[in-house]
Each structure stands twice: as structure tokens, then as C-alpha cells.
Design a protein around this ligand. Structure first.
Ligand SMILES: *[C@@H]1O[C@H](CO)[C@@H](O)[C@H](O)[C@H]1NC(C)=O
Ligand SMILES: *[C@@H]1O[C@H](CO)[C@@H](O)[C@H](O)[C@H]1NC(C)=O
Ligand SMILES: *[C@@H]1O[C@H](CO)[C@@H](O)[C@H](O)[C@H]1NC(C)=O
Length: 470
């Protein structure tokens, strides 16, 4: 952690007790942080570990497995009933019959996280109780149970979901039946592990929980976007997590955690056969995890940016495709740096394509923001309207901005060149020997801009040939 965290803490310590409490909080991380701050402000002398214990008490995060690593939360003082209610619902994870997922919050970058593993990871990091407690605690919650519940579907991870409202989120609904872990659970576990590791390596100064969360989740990017952003922010979740774990070790840790959890909760020792089955499931789940989180870039889904439905009947692509076409949007001409702005740009482009152009949907397959995320356009399976005459042969990926004289950020280019492309190859969307071209290689246009076109012509898969002119 850098020095800024310590300074912020000092500043917060001199704040007076806040008296104007909010009437109601949404399940947005900004609101969650305000609620945490209210707890801190009411008791300015309390340290983060105490605050975390109080949150755990409110949320009932205090089973034998957790108590093996952390103090008994019953020792923490109770909170006012209304706050306690809020924290219980924000932290206690469950999926209801109708696929509503609770215990999740929407973060400012447009991703959703479960709060419990996040808090457990941080508390274990602060207390440095037992070796690698933060890993067990972030991995663990009911891991064994979910493995056993898992019926042999084809997927182990997911799904993601949609919020009823992204400015004042209250209800999060999964897009289908939950698998072993929902996307929010994975995000929360990664964040818990990242922050827990960081703090346990480095808790030389006492920080406030609210300022820690604020720095991690609410960092505002400046004009250079991710290229000049600090290391420890939620937009870098996957990058940071990749540095922390390597898959075979994650597999071993997961097995140890399940066994430990079963022992501590008084369940009989696993039979060899059960253990073998469990190991097979863990192995497949981690394989899927590596694909989704290590090959693929983070993608903001249509419901999150507020897409209108596709009009008419979509044409399915016949995969794998031989081409990847690179575009710039030209309008909007400025790179977008926040989830709100990128989402608004997506909606504006969709409106233009549907209303003015009379197309069925936004033309692009995917769009790269400069906020650290890729935005889903028509997606992997549906033919786009981006590169005249070639739409059935390739994906069209556009970068928000005008790149006639400037380049997109290195970070945004790498998301597409290194991650989206290899993700596409690994999931069978592109042939491994795919050809990458600029829009202008096919159609008479300046797109994707002189500067950017020069840049992509140095990329590994760039090739001028092979498309037949329409
Ligand atoms: C710990 O914090 C110091 C400054 O506060 C920073 O220079 C250092 O990189 C941090 N160490 C780790 C392991 O994060
Ligand atoms: C909780 O209750 C207290 C006292 O009744 C009130 O002042 C405060 O505004 C309430 N807070 C929330 C979050 O509803
Ligand atoms: C989301 O909630 C806010 C605050 O309640 C409201 O002003 C806004 O209109 C809502 N947005 C949508 C799309 O419903």
C-alpha cells in the first residue's frame, strides 16, 4: 500500500462524529462505504479490525471455520438496528429461488462483488492471525457444500446478472441458474485475496476500512486512463490476481480449504472416492476460471450498459471466424474513462445505429473503453454490422475515440490485442491463424484513424490480404 492510505486515515481521524445519517442506502459500493463510514464516525477511536468484527456480527459471518482464523464476532458490540439490517443484507450471501442474488454490491467500475469474502480477506490481512488465513477465508465460504451441490452441468462458473438500476441498485438478478460460483462470488473472492495479501504484507499503518475501500473501488482515472493508474484499484482485479496465484497452487489450496472446513464444522472425513470426485470438479472449475479470468478480458454485459433489445431476428455467426476487424468510433471522439461515460457512449451509438442507420442493433461485436473494460456489443455469436461485405467473416471491435492522430491507451490496446483475441481463439470464436485488419483494409474509409492504423499494422496477426472485396 502506498503512503496515501496512511494520510487519508489521519485526515479521517480528525473528522467529527457525523450526525446526519442517510435515510436509506442502496447496494452500490459508494453507499456501502458511506454506511461503513457512519459506523466509523460514530466511534472515531475504533480500529478497522473492530469495525470488521462488528460487520461480521451484523451479517452473521461467524461459523466455526471463520472462528478458526478470526475472533468470535459475538464479542463485537452491536450496531443500531437499521444499519445492522442493511449490513446483513449487503454481506450475507444467498441466491433466492427466483435467482435474485443477495450479499452483493455494484462497484463503481460496473462489476458486481460479493462482500463477505472481501471483508474476510481484509480482516485476516489486518490481523495476520494464521499463515494465509486470508486465502482460506476468501476461498472457503461453503466451498465444500457448493461442490457437493453442483450437479454435473457443463459450466462451473457464473452466471453474471443484472441490476434493476445502476445508479441506485437494489436488486440483482442472475441471468440463469447459479453454478458452483457466480461471477460476483469470484470477483469478491479475488478482491478479498488481493487486499488481504496486500495488507498482511504491509499493515504498517492503521487505515480506515472506508478509505481502503474507497481507494480500491472509487479511483478516478485521469486522461491517460489505465496507463497511469495506481496498481491497487478494482479495474486491475484480474491483473493483480494473476500475479498472486498460479493455477496448480490454487487447486491445492482449494482442496486443503475444503478439508479444513469439513473438519472444523464437524463433518466426517471425506472418503477417497468423494475426494477424487471433488478433485476432478475443482480441476475443471479452475480450468474454466483460467479461461474466463486469465485469457479473457473483463466484459461489461449489455444489461449493465443499458442496451435496448436487438430488433428483428439475429443472424448467427458460423464459428470459428477467420477475421478480426479493428475500428475506431470517431464519434464519440473522446476516450471514455468511467463505467457511466462508456455506458452512455454505448447507448448513444446503439441509438444512432438503430434509429438513424436503421440497423437491428449496435453494429460492433465488442467495443473497447479506456476504463479498463470491454463492452459487449452483438457479442460472440451474432453477426454484426461493422465491415461492409465481411460481417459474416469476422468480429468487429471498435475503440471509443478518434485515433487519427493519437493512439488508444496501451492498456486498452492490450485488452483487445492480447486478451480479447486469444479469448476468442480459445473459445472457438476465431481460428488460431486469424487475420487482423483495419476497417480501411476492406472499405474506403479513414477508420480506424491514421495513427491507430499504423500501430495495428505492427500487430502479430495483421495481414492485408485475403478478404474478397464485396
Ligand atoms: C508497503 O507500503 C510501502 C509504502 O507505504 C510501499 O512502498 C510498499 O511497496 C508496500 N509493500 C507492499 C508489499 O505492498
Ligand atoms: C438509523 O436510526 C437512527 C436512529 O433511529 C437514525 O438517526 C438514522 O438515520 C438511521 N439510519 C439509517 C441508515 O436508516
Ligand atoms: C434509478 O434510480 C434513481 C434514483 O432512485 C432514479 O432517479 C432513476 O430514474 C432510476 N433509473 C432508472 C433507469 O430507472
Amino acid at each position: 500500500m502506498d503512503k496515501g492510505w496512511c494520510k487519508l486515515t489521519l485526515a479521517l481521524l480528525v473528522l467529527l462524529v457525523s450526525t446526519n445519517a442517510e435515510a436509506s442506502f442502496s447496494y452500490h459500493m459508494e453507499d456501502f462505504i458511506r454506511a461503513v463510514k457512519q459506523i466509523e464516525d460514530e466511534d472515531p477511536g475504533s480500529d478497522p479490525a473492530t469495525v470488521l468484527m462488528r460487520l461480521r456480527r451484523a451479517a452473521g459471518l461467524n461459523d466455526a471455520f471463520i472462528r478458526h482464523f478470526l475472533p468470535d464476532a459475538q464479542a463485537a458490540s452491536e450496531m443500531p438496528t437499521n444499519l445492522s439490517e442493511y449490513f446483513r443484507k449487503a454481506v450475507h450471501h444467498r441466491v433466492l429461488e427466483d435467482f435474485k442474488e443477495e450479499g452483493v454490491v455494484l462497484t463503481p467500475d460496473g462489476t458486481t462483488v460479493t462482500v463477505a469474502p472481501l471483508l474476510l480477506g481484509i480482516e485476516a490481512g489486518i490481523l495476520k492471525t494464521k499463515r494465509q488465513a486470508h486465502i482460506h477465508l476468501t476461498l472457503a465460504k461453503d466451498l465444500g457444500v457448493s461442490f457437493r451441490r453442483h450437479s454435473s452441468g457443463t459450466h462451473y462458473l457464473g452466471p453474471d446478472g443484472c441490476w434493476n438500476n445502476v445508479t441506485s441498485p437494489q436488486v440483482f438478478t442472475l441471468s440463469s441458474k447459479p453454478n458452483l460460483f457466480t461471477i460476483a462470488q469470484i470477483n469478491g473472492r479475488m478482491d478479498g485475496m488481493i487486499l488481504g495479501t496486500e495488507i498482511s504484507a504491509n499493515s504498517s499503518c492503521l487505515l480506515k476500512l472506508s478509505s481502503l475501500l474507497k481507494q480500491y473501488y472509487s479511483h478516478q482515472l485521469d486522461r491517460e486512463g489505465m496507463d497511469s493508474a495506481p496498481r491497487l484499484i478494482s479495474q486491475r482485479r484480474r491483473e493483480n490476481f494473476k500475479l498472486l496465484v498460479f493455477p496448480p497452487r490454487l487447486m491445492r489450496k482449494t482442496m486443503t480449504t475444503v478439508e479444513l472446513q469439513q473438519r472444523l464444522t464437524g463433518q466426517p472425513k471425506m472418503k477417497m472416492e468423494t475426494k477424487r470426485k471433488l478433485r476432478a470438479v475443482v480441476k475443471m472449475a479452475i480450468k474454466e476460471f483460467v479461461h474466463m479470468y486469465m485469457d479473457c478480458p473483463p466484459i461489461i454485459s449489455r444489461c449493465m450498459w443499458g442496451a435496448e433489445p436487438y430488433r428483428g431476428t439475429p443472424t448467427s455467426l458460423s464459428l470459428p471466424l477467420p477475421f478480426l476487424f479493428i475500428h475506431h468510433t470517431h464519434t464519440p471522439s473522446e476516450p471514455c474513462l468511467t463505467f457511466e461515460k462508456c455506458s452512455a457512449d454505448m447507448r448513444a451509438m446503439q441509438r444512432f445505429h438503430q434509429e438513424d442507420r436503421g440497423w437491428d442493433d449496435i453494429g460492433y461485436s465488442f467495443v473497447a473503453g479506456s476504463d479498463g473494460y470491454i463492452y459487449e456489443g452483438r457479442g460472440w455469436d451474432i453477426q454484426g454490422a461493422h465491415t461492409y461485405g465481411q460481417n459474416s467473416k469476422g468480429y468487429g471491435v471498435s475503440f471509443i475515440g478518434d485515433y487519427q492522430t493519437n493512439l488508444p491507451s496501451q492498456h486498452a490496446m492490450s485488452l483487445v490485442r492480447d486478451q480479447l483475441a486469444s479469448c476468442a481463439v480459445n473459445r472457438g470464436g476465431l481460428v488460431s491463424s486469424y487475420t487482423l485488419q483495419g476497417h480501411r483494409d476492406v472499405v474506403s474509409t479513414t477508420c480506424p484513424g491514421d495513427a491507430f492504423y499504423k500501430e495495428i499494422s505492427t500487430w502479430e496477426h495483421f495481414g492485408k490480404v485475403k478478404t474478397q472485396k464485396p
